[in-house]
Design a binder for this molecule. Structure first.
Ligand code: TEU
Length: 543
């Protein structure tokens, strides 16, 4: 692609903030916008270019802000609109862009539009949502909501059901209605005027649903809607846009991330994130990670989008368990395995996303009681599975492995009370390991996970091969080693990692004897046997 044609976001590293768990500034136990502002220098030090902030709009917080009741206001728990403007300004001063989270598939049932919509079938806002006539107790069909229960909710006054893919308090918007689309575009333009640098689009592949056909994602009109959305809004600026698309394949992602800019910059795909669950079942139905499958999946995405689209690179977000607990070792090899996972991810082609605390090697949490959990998805699953006769211990094992709250415990800033997150009572308990794992400690320690991420970010900015190089998977069937090369016109880079806690034979060292080591997560050289979780990156001129 070459430096000239590269878009700014193809060289960028993005950091995700889950605002309620990042930094509290006023002692109410919930993170807020002033808290984020107070930590901008930390983000600057890390070296990231943009921050994606999970929703801070006005919301009853049924799904922690993914249920929006006013897109053009800030929820008082996070601050005010003027705090938001200050954040955009202060971030800009440090060369950091702010990416807002757009939830366009649904609103809160407390949104003004929905209040109007339930007033009557002839209300102008009625058709903003998805309705079906019917009788109480007989659902239009058997579709289920993502957070449990039927996807239909009865409104007795209207003798109609409304459709909701998520909680009952998240009614789906009707994208077939051009007025809905216009309202959304105007709202986005309003945020663009405020200087935001981009958008993350929540469950965007589910907007073009066809409930009568049982279709949720990838509906027939999806890309038509997306191209209109992009033309009317994003293309009027130089933004980074990333759609959340659980249902994407590389062929679909080619459309989303087409270099002509007709849709988005890129999407989050999740194929590599469901490899440790039983096929065709729910994420709670645990299965061991198939490592070879993981490598081949990532290879498919790396080669599939090469020169045709663009990948996002991530292990973690606010919906996923912590990667070091999931595929690394959060015990004795925590530091080394967290670095290994970082190296494997950051060496690939695409825009890397770091989820708050990942750069510290933060781990999953194991609360001793379900009462300490807060997430609607976790709590609903717990209740449903208990009723269905599952063993409590088995349910808790699923919670420990996959609950979204694993990622939502407060950011660990220092070893003081509540990890420096709040002076009040945190909305969810802090992970007790904050005394060992925290930012203050890691910023001082040259061998910390934090310093490793910092160096990875700098490497990406130094060597064009990170952005441009062609990906080739080596040793595809090896059950321990994750190795690949990235090659551009004059450079060759090798990323080689032992993905396991056992020593692993690796035939590559001899071929790379003359190369320069860019980064290495343990002492000593690159040998025929890799140590547990050892990882390194090497670079050489092409012969
Ligand atoms: O998540 C989309 C989504 O499909 C999730 O329900 C996902 O399946 C689940 O979290 C996996 O455990 C997005 C947001 O990222 C999530 O936080 C919201 O709850 C959801 O949309 C609804 O807006």
């Amino acid at each position: 692609m070459g430096e000239k044609n590269r878009k700014w976001w193809q060289n960028a590293v993005v950091y995700q903030i889950y605002p309620r768990s990042f930094q509290d500034s006023d002692g109410d136990g919930c993170g807020d916008i002033q808290g984020i502002i107070s930590r901008l220098d930390y983000l600057k030090d890390l070296g990231i270019d943009a921050v994606w902030i999970s929703p801070v709009y006005r919301s009853p917080q049924d799904d922690n802000g993914y249920d929006i009741s006013d897109y053009q206001d800030i929820d008082p728990m996070f601050g005010t609109l003027s705090d938001m403007e200050e954040l955009i300004r202060e971030a800009d001063r440090r060369g950091i862009k702010i990416i807002m989270d757009l939830v366009l598939n649904h609103t809160s049932d407390e949104h003004r539009w929905f209040h109007e919509a339930v007033k009557g079938k002839d209300n102008p806002y009625h058709d903003y949502y998805v309705w079906r006539d019917g009788e109480e107790g007989t659902y239009p069909n058997d579709m289920k909501a993502a957070f449990g229960g039927p996807a239909w909710e009865w409104v007795p006054e209207l003798k109609q059901y409304y459709f909701h893919q998520f909680s009952v308090k998240q009614p789906d918007l009707n994208w077939e209605n051009p007025k809905v689309r216009r309202e959304i575009y105007d709202m986005i333009l309003w945020w663009m005027k405020k200087g935001v640098g981009g958008f993350r689009l929540d469950v965007i592949d589910q907007i073009a649903k066809e409930p009568d056909l049982g279709i949720t994602s990838n509906g027939p009109r999806l890309h038509e809607f997306l191209r209109e959305l992009s033309r009317e809004t994003f293309q009027k600026g130089d933004l980074i846009t990333v759609g959340e698309a659980w249902g994407a394949t590389p062929a679909i992602a080619e459309k989303y991330s087409c270099p002509d800019g007709s849709e988005f910059s890129m999407v989050f795909q999740f194929e590599h994130m469901v490899i440790d669950q039983q096929e065709g079942k729910e994420k709670w139905d645990l299965a061991p990670l198939s490592f070879v499958k993981l490598k081949k999946c990532l290879e498919k995405w790396q080669t599939g989008l090469y020169k045709k689209g663009w990948n996002s690179l991530f292990w973690d977000n606010h919906d996923l368990p912590r990667i070091v607990s999931r595929w690394g070792d959060d015990g004795g090899y925590r530091v080394r395995s967290a670095k290994m996972l970082a190296a494997v991810l950051h060496g690939m082609q695409g825009t890397p996303y770091i989820y708050q605390g990942e750069e510290l090697g933060m781990t999953n949490v194991r609360f001793d009681s379900i009462d300490k959990y807060r997430d609607i998805e976790t709590l609903n699953m717990y209740r449903e599975r208990l009723e269905a006769g599952y063993d409590e211990k088995e349910i808790m094992d699923s919670v420990y492995a996959k609950s979204r709250d694993n990622a939502r415990t407060p950011m660990q800033w220092n070893s003081q009370e509540n990890a420096g997150f709040t002076t009040g009572t945190p909305w969810i308990e802090v992970n007790p390991n904050y005394r060992e794992i925290n930012a203050e400690e890691e910023m001082k320690n040259p061998d910390s996970v934090y310093q490793f991420y910092r160096r990875l970010i700098r490497l990406r900015k130094t060597y064009p091969v990170f952005a441009d190089g062609r990906f080739e998977l080596l040793l595809p069937d090896d059950r321990r080693i994750f190795a690949y090369t990235r090659t551009d016109c004059d450079t060759e880079m090798l990323v080689c990692a032992n993905f396991t806690g056992e020593p692993a034979a690796c035939p590559l060292a001899a071929q790379w004897e003359d190369a320069e080591v860019l980064i290495h997560n343990c002492g000593g050289g690159f040998g025929e046997e890799m140590r547990p979780y050892e990882a390194l990156m090497m670079l050489r001129k092409r012969r």
